[in-house]
Design a protein. Structure first.
Lengths: 228, 254, 256
């Protein structure tokens, strides 16, 4: 019984070779499926993540709850560091980026007084959204593209950029209103032909947009202008 | 085979008579409490948080149960000397160890099923039908718990309880940090150091493999290929720790 | 041919490099089929170590132990052996019949056979009226009795009992003694260890005296009394142990 020890040893070594091979497969799949935790950015933060262990999502949730509280109290600036922290903990949580970008470019924008400050926060919002796009798993979804496109369109009146991002947004599964906003953006950007085509697409595909799309196409064809 | 099962069932029954079920109760309270807490959020945010909290709770309390059930499995038998009455019966020592392992697995399984049912019930109550990705997450958590139990059981064959608890929790944390290790290895330029680190990376149980919940809750889907390989990983690693347990228990004097 | 046999059985408990404690040193024992054999000795003399080595709970440093000609890790041999550990303690959430059924399963006894056997044994150890009581509520004597029943569940050919009468009151002791004699009449071989001399004196045909891991003397009580010019077992016990200690003191030169 006690002399069989080496057999255990050999089996264990063989199995570890198997484990290694499987681990190589898993790591490969993590890479192609974007499952890696992209966390090792700042060495000082490793300590924090040690404590958190496998519960990054929970930590992000707790911060999110705090954020909601500040939000309701109207303490907008306090939200900023929380947004950074949540984005760091769970960069694939896409709401962080879209809510964060909106928060800066709209809420804080509305609160500050001078045009310089307003311009500054508008830029901050745009940059925050672009930072979210740097993560490959966010780049495959419409959300941030749309938020960027909308912010450019509505807040910045920067129509070339708006068209650029909205065109990206419609490449991924998205709600109907994204197509609608894109059509408006085409028009404002002076691309009337594209705007008409886009409205025709909306008219033919979305029942609920049928009336407005028909009207828009009519106005564009007759007056060359439709959006008030 | 039958004797192994007898020991497994006895291990299970014993833990059911103890306080194991209270842990499930705590789990339920936390999840219910959490869901009340989140009700002011939008539905999408709320669901994400319920899933986060539930997955984390299923794993964390599952890990607690796995570790404590495994620790008591062998050491209580030794402490109160009932092990003498077992090993003097016509059962192999390997039957005893494997019986204990399956008993612990049964405890983990029942606890896992109860907490999972609770979680799914809550999702349905919130009018969200759990999709296949949720089940993938749960499946991987289950295999992780079995591995955690196996590792603690194996440690228990040659260490003291106190050391075992420390070791098990240490491995639990380190095993969740493996992805950082991996990145460090990729950045290391010294071949010898990288080789050694790579070996260590293989030796440490890679619990992070099983952790797809952070991705699932935000809507990233995971392929069956990944799930399959990770389950294979769990089974292989569990076999290793069982062999280690058998090796040490065969030699153990009580 | 002896049914239980040890050959230069030695057990050292290793404490560190080149440091060890003698648990058992070169013990040759032979126990014949059908006899009641008593191992005697003060606490820490190696009685329990010897039994554990026989049953494969401990592994010998050198030498070997055999039961029915087989080594302790032989699974089949254990089918014929019953064992009662010292101060037995059991799964206290079970009741008597459940406990016995659990052990019956480990012997692969058929359920119907086991059921009959459990009834007989509970009758034998007089726990039949406490069938529903969980072991948590047992008294020490009841635990000792259910332990004895558990060790008999497989109808063993060989019964090994470690201190079977500690914790029993005089009546319990007498009952156990009578039971052992009855079992011997059924043809069972009984090996028991004890430090209760009077107990051993009354039931054992042959005895072995252990001290500090050494086997000092073995044989029938009469023969040993004659050999050591002792009047009774107590006298014999003291004489052999003193003789050994003096001898050791001379050897190592330590004053006694």
């Amino acid at each position: 019984m006690r002399r069989k020890g080496y057999r255990y040893l050999i089996s264990i070594v063989v199995l570890f070779v198997g484990v290694h091979l499987v681990q190589v497969q898993i790591d490969y799949r993590k890479k192609i499926e974007n499952l890696e935790s992209n966390l090792l950015l700042m060495p000082g933060q490793i300590a924090g993540s040690l404590v958190l262990g496998g519960f990054k999502g929970l930590a992000a949730d707790l911060l999110w709850l705090n954020m909601e509280e500040y939000w309701h109290k109207g303490q907008h600036y306090k939200i900023l560091p929380l947004l950074e922290a949540i984005a760091w903990l769970q960069p694939s949580y896409i709401l962080v980026w879209t809510v964060g970008g909106w928060h800066m470019a709209y809420n804080i924008y509305a609160e500050v007084k001078t045009p310089e400050e307003k311009q500054y926060w508008y830029q901050q919002g745009i940059e925050f959204l672009k930072k979210g796009l740097a993560y490959p798993f966010n780049a495959n979804k419409y959300d941030i593209y749309f938020e960027l496109g909308w912010t450019y369109y509505h807040k910045g009146k920067d129509y070339p950029n708006a068209v650029k991002y909205l065109e990206k947004a419609v490449k991924y599964p998205h709600p109907e209103y994204v197509d609608d906003v894109l059509a408006h953006a085409y028009e404002k950007n002076g691309q009337i032909d594209k705007a008409i085509k886009q409205w025709e697409f909306v008219r033919d595909n979305y029942v609920s947009f049928f009336d407005i799309a028909t009207r828009m196409i009519h106005d564009l064809k007759t007056k060359g202008k439709a959006t008030p | 085979m039958k004797k192994m099962w007898t020991i497994a069932v006895n291990t299970f029954r014993e833990s059911m008579r103890k306080k194991t079920l209270y842990i499930i109760l705590i789990f339920a309270l936390i999840v219910i409490g959490a869901s009340k807490l989140f009700s002011f959020l939008t539905a999408e945010e709320e669901l994400k948080m319920i899933k986060d909290v539930s997955f984390s709770a299923i794993e964390f309390f599952g890990a607690l149960i796995a570790i404590f059930a495994s620790i008591t499995a062998i050491s209580t038998e030794i402490e109160r000397r009932t092990i003498y009455t077992l090993l003097t019966k016509p059962i192999r020592r390997s039957d005893f160890v494997l019986g204990k392992f399956f008993g612990v697995s049964l405890i983990i399984f029942v606890n896992f099923i109860l907490t999972t049912l609770f979680f799914i019930g809550l999702l349905l109550f919130k009018k969200s039908i759990p999709d296949i990705e949720v089940f993938k997450t749960l499946l991987l958590i289950f295999f992780e718990l079995i591995l955690i139990g196996g590792i603690t059981l194996a440690l228990g064959t040659f260490t003291t309880d106190a050391f075992n608890i420390i070791c098990s929790f240490f491995l639990y944390i380190v095993g969740h940090l493996t992805s950082y290790g991996k990145e460090m290895i990729e950045r290391t330029e010294n071949i010898v150091v990288a080789g050694l680190a790579d070996m260590l990376y293989t030796l440490v149980p890679n619990y992070e493999n099983f952790n797809i919940r952070d991705k699932i809750v935000v809507g990233i889907s995971v392929s069956w290929g990944y799930v399959g390989y990770t389950i294979l990983y769990g089974i292989l690693y569990t076999c290793i720790v069982l062999l280690i347990a058998l090796y040490f228990f065969q030699k153990r004097e009580i | 041919m002896a049914i239980i046999q040890t050959d230069k059985l030695t057990k050292h408990y290793v404490l560190g490099r080149k440091k060890f404690v003698v648990g058992l040193e070169n013990v040759d024992l032979e126990i014949n089929e059908g006899e009641i054999f008593g191992i005697l000795g003060p606490n820490g003399s190696g009685k329990t170590t010897c039994l554990k080595l026989l049953l494969g709970i401990l592994f010998p440093t050198s030498g070997e132990a055999r039961i029915m000609g087989r080594l302790p890790d032989d699974i089949e041999m254990k089918q014929y052996v019953g064992f009662l550990p010292e101060n037995p303690y059991y799964y206290d959430y079970l009741n008597g019949p459940e406990l016995l059924l659990f052990y019956a399963r480990l012997f692969s006894i058929r359920p119907d056979v086991a059921k009959k056997r459990i009834d007989e044994l509970l009758e034998l150890v007089e726990l039949n009226n406490a069938r529903r009581l969980t072991l948590r509520h047992y008294s020490k004597g009841m635990l000792e009795r259910i332990g004895l029943a558990a060790s008999l569940i497989n109808d063993p050919k060989i019964l090994i009992l470690d201190e079977p009468t500690t914790g029993l009151d005089p009546i319990g002791c007498r009952d156990t003694r009578n039971l052992l004699i009855k079992l011997k009449q059924q043809g069972k071989t009984i090996l028991l260890s004890s430090h209760f001399l009077s107990e051993v004196e009354r039931v054992c045909e042959r005895i072995a005296i252990f001290h500090r891991g050494h086997l000092l003397a073995t044989g029938t009580l009469d023969a040993l009394n004659k050999q050591y010019q002792a009047e009774n077992l107590e006298d014999l016990f003291v004489k052999t142990i003193y003789a050994f200690d003096n001898q050791e003191a001379v050897k190592t030169g330590e004053p006694k």
